[in-house]
Design a protein around this ligand. Structure first.
Ligand code: MD3
Ligand code: FE
Length: 202
């Protein structure tokens, strides 16, 4: 395997997933979304996020009356989340260097103009395991900083098939998505981006 790009400790494996595997993952994601529809979470400040979200696995990330937490049920459907698709688990096994499967696969859906402000992933209750992130669809400008919001940042375009591994000190680094090149990816008809994020949750 070609060595990853190291962006402030975030390891980016460019083009790890070939187009056939990308399409297989999109089909698996559509299957999961049929059971657990996308939602638009409303932040603690009362602002709906521009990214729509769902999850698969034992637990899923939700905003519940302004509280960010992992829930064992879809907030609208009231049912358990679908299982993490096998094609997605295969990516984790390949790259995470962790003995256990992830507890959660967050599905982020970016339409035109969607972005994700600088934040840290700190709701998991444990930070020893890595987070693995898969990009599908349109290119997205990813930004990563340090452990403080005011730390300097670096940016890179994430393309369809890229896989990022966030381990060690980078696990708690500030990061976000500034913008998309909407429609430039060609994987999703009508444009857009899917990000799958695998996490071990206490
Ligand atoms: C760096 N998602 O869901 S993925 C998120 O592309 C999230 O949808 C972005 O940030 C997206 O929380 C970025 C890359 C990523 C994911 C988790 C990280 C980078 C990370 C955790 C720590 C440091
Ligand atoms: Fe994040």
């Amino acid at each position: 395997m070609t060595p990853p790009l190291d962006l402030k400790g975030v390891l980016i494996f460019r083009g790890l997933l070939d187009p056939a595997r990308q399409r297989e993952l999109v089909a698996a994601v559509r299957g999961a979304l049929a059971e657990a529809p996308l939602i638009r979470p409303v932040t603690a400040w009362g602002k709906p996020m521009s990214v729509r979200m769902s999850s698969a696995g034992r637990v899923g990330w939700v905003i519940d009356r302004g509280r960010y937490r992992y829930a064992d049920r879809h907030p609208d459907a009231g049912r358990q989340w679908p299982a993490i698709p096998e094609a997605a688990l295969a990516v984790w096994r390949e790259i995470a260097d962790w003995p256990d499967p992830p507890d959660s696969m967050l599905i982020n859906w970016y339409g035109e103009g969607a972005r994700m402000g600088l934040h840290r992933d700190a709701d998991e209750g444990r930070f020893d395991a890595p987070v693995v992130s898969v990009s599908l669809g349109d290119p997205a400008l990813f930004r990563v900083g340090g452990l403080e919001r005011s730390d300097p940042t670096a940016s890179v375009w994430l393309n369809s098939g890229d896989v990022a591994v966030l381990g060690g000190a980078a696990r708690l680094a500030y990061h976000g998505i500034d913008r998309l090149r909407f429609g430039a990816g060609g994987l999703l008809p009508g444009g857009g981006r899917i990000n799958l994020t695998f996490r071990v949750v206490a």
